[in-house]
Design a protein around this ligand. Structure first.
Ligand SMILES: [Zn+2]
Length: 456
């Protein structure tokens, strides 16, 4: 029997097993679900064993555990592939909006309904089943495979940076595939080439030592709220949308003609986009399409402003202090620390007389991520997606960050490839999460083909 037949023959069992897996309420955010996260880890380790994966272990971190397993008998001339996913899930509240209970999953309309069915239990189960099918029918895997599954992705993987650094030898590999990922639509594939980074600062402007009466001191001293507005306004050109902080764009990798063609090929209706958001028109950096700006250009956004009187009616206060929260989405090869420094230098150079201004660098830095063109694992993934979807995948980017990808790049020196089969409409963090069984099955074929292709 070939692996395709094996997958077909065993699909009903796989679906039942997925229901068992989803039934474990491994909510990483909630302390009272700690034992369930542990139980999910044990389930995954046992399932890897059953698939024929070796050296399986539940590995402790300072928080929720991770699960490791490998099969390393393909030979030294074959690549070693690390496959990643997560077995923790989002909280399921509000429970009353679920049509069937989140942790009593069921199959309806060709879909598995339950918390984590799509993100990421269905997704991370797929490559396990692919290796089971290959091992059961051929007795071996075409490449060396390592699995790493974590139990804290949904809370931002707080313990993973030190864990992965400490486990770098065990996790060393030539390629990484993340089974926690999306395809473009239920029938159209995508290859994610870039993710944005992030840096956040708070800008604090101070004047008099306490709030003052504007009739007594207005005109006598500067107003921190006005000064803050002036500094902020100096950061971006109101007409062109260009960020005017010196050096801000210096490290940006410009889009090539090829990059622009890839982005233009992805369907996008600007009028529909504006109508959906309820805005009169799109706005952003001149010289780039909306999609280019969303995916491949850095941004600077104000997220919050405080200062002065916010209550009903008016109050003739001359505030002592004003502040703003600012975040920038970054693109390769900008660095969060550098951008925070540039903002601080800009503020120092644009602070009006009579007030002081300072920048506090907030937590949450993320590096941008860009897969180099011609990257071997990405090309292989693209070819497999073309085979299983019958069309070229869209070449896309993401405006947000996925910390594990930058973590792998930093700690292991490998660009990961998103190779997951969920769809954005599957209510990933909402009530009535579901996973399409056709993509559960298609993903298994895709992983078998991927491992075979990498072994050639
Ligand atoms: Zn996920």
């Amino acid at each position: 029997m070939g692996w395709q037949d094996y997958l077909d023959t065993n699909q009903t069992r796989f679906e039942q097993e997925l229901l068992d897996f989803v039934a474990i309420p491994s909510v990483s955010a909630k302390p009272d679900h700690m034992p369930d996260v542990e139980r999910a880890a044990q389930w995954v380790a046992a399932r890897l064993d059953k698939a024929g994966i070796e050296n399986t272990a539940v590995l402790p971190t300072t928080g929720h555990p991770a699960v490791y397993g490998d099969w390393l008998h393909a030979g030294a001339d074959k690549p070693t592939v690390l496959i990643y996913g997560h077995f923790d899930v989002q909280p399921a509240e509000p429970f009353d909006l679920w049509l069937s209970p989140p942790f009593q999953p069921e199959i309806r309309d060709g879909r598995v309904w339950g918390r984590g069915a799509s993100d990421d239990k269905g997704g991370m189960f797929i490559p396990i089943l692919a290796t089971e099918a290959l091992l059961a029918t051929t007795g071996r895997l075409p490449v060396n495979v390592k699995f790493l599954f974590e139990g804290q992705e949904e809370i931002g993987s707080p313990d993973m940076p030190p864990f992965i650094a400490a486990q770098a030898r065990r996790l060393s590999c030539d390629m990484i595939f993340s089974a926690d990922g999306l395809q473009w639509t239920a029938d159209e594939a995508q290859l994610v080439m870039g993710l944005k980074g992030l840096v956040g600062v708070e800008l604090i402007v101070e004047g008099a030592q306490a709030d003052q009466h504007s009739g007594l001191h207005g005109g006598g001293i500067n107003n921190p709220l006005m000064a803050l507005s002036q500094i902020l306004a100096s950061m971006k050109d109101a007409q062109t949308g260009r960020i005017t902080i010196d050096g801000f764009y210096d490290d940006v990798v410009e889009l090539t003609v090829e990059d622009k063609e890839d982005i233009a090929r992805v369907p996008f209706d600007e009028a529909e986009y504006c109508a959906e958001l309820g805005v009169t028109e799109a706005f952003g950096e001149e010289g780039y399409t909306v999609r280019e700006r969303l995916w491949a250009r850095p941004t600077l956004e104000l997220n919050g402003l405080t200062g002065g009187y916010q209550g009903a009616g008016s109050k003739t206060v001359l505030p002592a202090r004003a502040s703003a929260k600012i975040t920038c989405r970054l693109v390769a090869n900008q660095r969060p620390e550098r951008i925070a420094e540039l903002i601080a230098a800009h503020v120092a150079a644009h602070t009006p007389p009579g007030v002081t201004a300072r920048i506090e660098h907030l937590a949450g830095d993320a590096d941008p991520f860009l897969v180099p063109r011609g990257h071997n694992a990405t090309q292989a993934a693209g070819e497999v997606l073309r085979e299983v979807y019958g069309a070229d995948p869209y070449v896309t980017r993401v405006g947000g960050s996925i910390p594990i990808m930058t973590l792998f790049l930093r700690a292991l020196g490998v660009h990961g490839v998103m190779f997951g089969f969920s769809i954005a409409d599957e209510n990933l963090h909402a009530p009535n999460e579901f996973f399409r069984l056709e993509n559960f099955r298609r993903g298994q074929t895709a992983y078998c083909r991927l491992l075979e292709r990498l072994g050639r």
